[in-house]
Design a protein around this ligand. Sequence first.
Ligand SMILES: Nc1nc2c(ncn2[C@@H]2O[C@H](COP(=O)(O)OP(=O)(O)O)[C@@H](O)[C@H]2O)c(=O)[nH]1
Ligand SMILES: [Mg+2]
Length: 235
Amino acid sequence: MKLSFSIVVPFYNEEDNINFFLDEIINVISRNMIFYSFEIICVDDGSTDSTGVILNEYKLKTDLLTVLNFSENKGQSRAIHYGIQNAIYENIITIDGDCQNDPNDIDKLLIIFKNNKKLSLVAGERIKRKDIAIKRISSVLANYFRNLILKDGCKDTGCSLKVFKKNIFLEAPFFDGIHRFIPAIFVGFGNNVKYVKVNHRPRLKGKSKYGISNRLFKGLRDIFLVKKIIQNKLN
Ligand SMILES: Nc1nc2c(ncn2[C@@H]2O[C@H](COP(=O)(O)OP(=O)(O)O)[C@@H](O)[C@H]2O)c(=O)[nH]1
Ligand SMILES: [Mg+2]
């Protein structure tokens, strides 16, 4: 039987990125449709620009697309979690909607996932991050401390491009920030994971929604919460 994948994408004020992003994704799906089944779930997280309108316009062009809307901004974690809860397929692909991840890497991740039945997660690690220095440095720090405590072996947990089993992700209780701990949770729950080098592109349109204060410090605090979640699960 064909493996099937729900592609879950969070969007917060990404009006200038949506059409290009979805064109690229549809391209990837078209060339892989003989091997796998797909749906795309876009979560508009209370955007205040035309994101919702543009997503709904795109929906008229393809029946692969489902658009979910929050009336107010609930954050990237909640958007991804809600998208996954609504996914019809048993496997999930996550990717950012701002065109910084390269959808062409999906082929590579899918082949590895398909050929290694024991893997529950294949996660991208961006080789050359096209972000500002402060963001790259804070990311190295956060990855170092998380790895020290949670030992997930992941060098770049912030890379959204991932393929994984839905049921394992949904075994973990939700918390705001969970999307940064997917490898740690999978490893902590005793699953096999693999990391794969992927491309990263500069953000050409729109603005990043994160700075140091709303990511690094919260990320460090959440390490201990995840440690507890893993201990609770194993006891
Ligand atoms: N749903 C949702 N998505 C968000 C939020 N903040 C960022 N995103 C999305 O998450 C992805 C990554 O965000 P971005 O700001 O580019 O983060 P960066 O690449 O790490 O700087 C993009 O697709 C954003 O639209 C948010 O509050 N809610
Ligand atoms: Mg980005």
